[in-house]
Design a protein around this ligand. Structure first.
Ligand SMILES: Cc1ncc(COP(=O)(O)O)c(C=O)c1O
Length: 464
């Protein structure tokens, strides 16, 4: 860790509490930890406590913290040409990055629109789909199908695509053209149903929904390959292939939201084809796209769709959509450098290798008290705690079990991401096998101690 700066913790936290509104802010509460330094897979708080960053910032810091080469590339671009309107101008990193991405995306996804993050990448995808069908003279095709447990962002449109519990608490959402399917979570499948039967039922549910709305009205299906924030839900093998086949049957476009699964988390720049066997019409990404060093989002569009528009509308097809910071030169330079580092350091191979080890080690937690399910793929995973392994009954929401586990883990030097009774992991992909051992070791100890605490406090009977 490099900085020797002194921070007045009490002063900063008082200022923060008085004036800063954070994402998912708990009005009336709003306690935050002050992080002041970082290196590799570690972050430090203002008291000098060092933590393994078990969540990679938030599914983002793939190449790790404090990468000097990345800092230099960003600084160089700031000095050379920090920003100009992307409307009629381009810059070297904007053009270079687009050409480079075309070599990394599957199929014919060779056209790239840039935004400021995952939410705006998904908004851009949906707005493009609506634009596409308007140009194609199919203006009825507006409806979007998404799923329970999905997370696609926090703009008005992308928030309306989400399906996580609590998503609509006191919030307004678009309801009239967005439809939710049930979650493809195999752990929560009905008793006496095989995983294959469950998969087939989920694929059929998509087809039934398209037929119910009317295929002439359905524009697209949007899906994370793995429902990340919903609790790292890995749908059964063959699910994505089945859903894509249904979409093709009814001219419904398939958007694969790779905001989390892209850029190395599953050992590939894009996971859709190599891991899940599909070439969608649109892929969105963000987070690992710049390893979190600069905000940026990516919407990759199929060449076929692009050509359809050109053929149909010729010169006059203006996509009336864009952001001041679309293709921001510094973000483009950071994304290019990120890809260069990942390729040179063989981080995809590393991620595939450590990913297998990580999954294996995580599974070792499955026999601990309270642990109902341990799941994941690549370098992302989730431990789901239940009050009864037999009935899979969740703990009461009010218990905030995930938070309890996070607090315990922090005591031993690990930050994870709690969500209700779920604990999510997505460390930087540079993590080594030894560091995976450290991480899982802390989790193991924390689960045992929290289980003992619950029994001592009379909250849980300890019977599985
Ligand atoms: C799958 C997925 N899509 C979209 C988003 C939204 O990205 P952002 O927060 O950068 O807008 C997220 C954020 O966690 C995500 O996990």
């Amino acid at each position: 860790m490099r900085s020797n700066l002194h921070f007045d913790k009490d002063d900063l936290l008082a200022k923060n509490k008085a004036h800063a509104v954070h994402p998912w802010h708990e009005f009336g509460r709003g306690e935050h930890t002050l992080l002041t330094d970082s290196e590799g897979i570690y972050v430090l708080d203002s008291d000098g406590n060092k933590f393994i960053d078990g969540i990679g910032g938030m599914w983002a810091v793939q190449i790790g913290y404090g990468n000097e080469e990345m800092a230099q590339a960003i600084a160089d671009q700031v000095r050379r040409m920090v920003f100009y309107s992307p409307w009629s101008m381009t810059t070297p990193p904007h053009a270079e990055l687009s050409a480079k991405l075309a070599t990394l995306t599957p199929g014919d996804l060779n056209r790239f629109f840039y935004s400021t993050g995952g939410s705006t990448a998904n908004d851009s995808a949906i707005r493009f789909v609506h634009f596409y069908f308007n140009v194609m003279e199919q203006p009825e095709k507006k409806h979007i199908i998404t799923r329970e447990d999905a997370y696609h962002g926090s703009t008005y449109l992308s928030a309306s695509l989400c399906g996580k519990p609590g998503n609509d608490d006191r919030m307004e959402l678009i309801k009239d053209f967005i439809h939710h399917l049930s979650s493809p979570n195999p752990y929560r499948r009905p008793d006496n149903m095989t995983v294959e039967e469950f998969r087939d039922a989920k694929v059929k549910e998509l087809e039934d929904k398209i037929l119910e709305i009317g295929p002439e009205k359905v524009a697209c299906f949007i899906a994370e390959p793995v429902l990340a924030s919903g609790g790292v839900i890995v749908p059964p093998d063959g699910y994505h292939v089945g859903c894509l086949a249904v979409c093709r049957r009814y001219n419904v476009l398939y958007i694969s939201d790779e905001v989390v699964t892209g850029f190395g988390r599953m050992g590939h720049f894009f996971a859709s084809e190599p891991v899940f066997g599909i070439v969608p019409d649109i892929i969105t990404s963000a987070k690992g796209f710049t390893s979190g060093y600069i905000p940026a989002g990516l919407t990759a569009l199929s060449e076929r769709l692009h050509q359809d528009i050109v053929d149909k509308a010729g010169e006059s097809a203006t996509f009336s959509h864009g952001f001041t910071y679309s293709g921001h030169p510094v973000a483009m330079a950071a994304a290019l450098k990120n890809i260069e580092i990942m390729e040179r350091e063989h981080l995809m191979e590393h991620s595939r290798d450590v990913g297998v080890y990580f999954q294996d080690r995580l599974k070792s937690l499955a026999d601990l008290p309270m642990v109902g399910d341990v799941r994941g793929v690549g370098i992302m995973g989730c431990v789901e705690c239940v009050s009864s392994k037999k009935t899979k009954k969740a703990f009461d929401k009010e218990l905030q079990l995930g938070k309890r586990l996070d607090t315990k883990c922090q005591k031993y030097g690990l930050i994870l991401r709690p969500f209700m009774h779920l604990c999510v992991f997505s460390p930087p992909i540079i993590i080594t096998r030894a560091q995976v051992d450290d991480m899982v070791g802390i989790m193991d100890r924390s689960i045992r101690e929290v289980a003992d605490d619950l029994i001592r406090e009379g909250i849980w009977d300890g019977k599985d």
